[in-house]
Write a protein that binds this ligand. Structure first.
Ligand SMILES: Nc1ncnc2c1ncn2[C@@H]1O[C@H](COP(=O)(O)OP(=O)(O)O)[C@@H](O)[C@H]1O
Ligand SMILES: N[C@@H](CCOP(=O)(O)O)C(=O)O
Length: 310
């Protein structure tokens, strides 16, 4: 039976002010899958490479398995699927690890069926797999990983997403300390309500970010990269967070914040060389804390998940 290989990139969710409503895709790292159609109904994950045996092979517990099961049900497919997952993203990283596996598997299974659904129509299946991973069907990782670019989730009920144009000169630095933070746990620490004065600050920044990206106005982007809702609470879970943020801005970044629910920290810069210097400055702080880390520098990835040749 036919096989397709696909990849889907890491993502930065929230982008400081946009908790659960902003996310963008980066160029690397990315998860890869090989999906093969089978005559036997159901989904089997035959192999996972790169996870040190930590991820479930059971399809109903693995995000790529859940997403493909949901797809097959929705299109009333007569086929089943076998999946090999190349787990290149670190687990519990705040880089949308759980989302990348499901996004890659969805574009592959859709292609194997002749693309009956659009990328937007694949989103609910990926969101269902996020529910399995962390108990919440948030879309700010799966939407940019599937669609590419900088995505706004305008609403959840009904789902309403829009891609925000981004300036060509916007580079992302990701610094991933070798720590794990489960999204489920870092959602649990958040308060259920926020004071009105924080809400005003936050929605001003959200609107500022959209206008800043669209104009583009880097000063406005810089002023809008602020989070008074999640960052003050979650930052305590990331060693050295505020020093690292300060060093990133000193090194020339427009702004810096927690990527998704952490522990990865992201920064945005207007030049690749600045983004690299920013990465070195951030990594140095983790080194001082005796914490190993990896640095990734890339442009915003406008393409998202893709079918790979061979
Ligand atoms: N294919 C997958 N990739 C990553 N995590 C997965 C996958 N399938 C299930 N999970 C589960 O999801 C959880 C990690 O998700 P999460 O905490 O959201 O990490 P991240 O911030 O990197 O997306 C883990 O408990 C893991 O076992
Ligand atoms: N909006 C979510 C995003 C979680 O991203 P992840 O990459 O940490 O899974 C949140 O902040 O909880």
């Amino acid at each position: 039976m036919k096989s397709i290989k696909a990849s889907a990139p890491a993502t930065v969710a929230n982008v400081s002010c946009g908790f659960d409503i902003f996310g963008f895709a980066v160029e690397a790292p990315a998860d890869e899958v090989i999906v093969t159609l089978t005559d036997k109904p159901g989904v089997t994950i035959t192999k996972i490479i790169g996870d040190d045996g930590r991820l479930p092979l059971e399809a109903s517990k693995n995000t790529c398995g859940v997403a493909v099961l949901e797809f097959l049900k929705a299109v009333n497919s007569k086929y089943g699927a076998e999946i090999i997952l190349y787990k290149n993203l670190p687990l519990g990283s705040g880089m949308g690890s759980s989302a990348a596996s499901s996004a890659a598997a969805l574009v592959a299974i859709n292609e194997l069926h002749g693309n009956p659904l659009t990328r937007e129509q694949l989103l609910p299946f990926a969101m269902e797999s996020e529910r399995i991973a962390c108990g919440s069907a948030h879309a700010d990782n799966v939407a940019p990983s599937l669609l590419g670019g900088f995505v706004l989730i305008r609403g959840y009920a009904p789902l309403d997403v829009a891609t925000i144009p981004t300036p060509a000169n916007l580079f992302c630095t990701l610094v991933h300390p070798h720590l794990e933070l489960k999204t489920e746990d870092s959602r649990r620490v958040l308060k259920p309500t926020i004071p009105i004065k924080d809400a005003i600050t936050q929605w001003g920044n959200i609107a500022g970010m959209v206008v800043g990206l669209m104009k583009p106005d880097y000063g406005l982007i810089q002023r809008s990269l602020n989070d008074v809702v999640a960052e003050p609470i979650r930052s305590v879970l990331i060693p050295g967070f505020y020093t690292i943020k300060e060093e990133a801005i000193k090194a020339g970044a427009l702004g810096c914040g927690i990527s998704g629910s952490g522990p990865t920290i992201f920064a945005l810069s207007t030049e690749r060389t600045i983004a690299q210097t920013v990465g070195e400055a951030m990594q140095k702080q983790f080194d001082l804390l005796q914490l190993k880390s990896d640095v990734f520098v890339s442009k915003i990835n406008g393409e998202g998940a893709m079918i790979l040749k061979g």
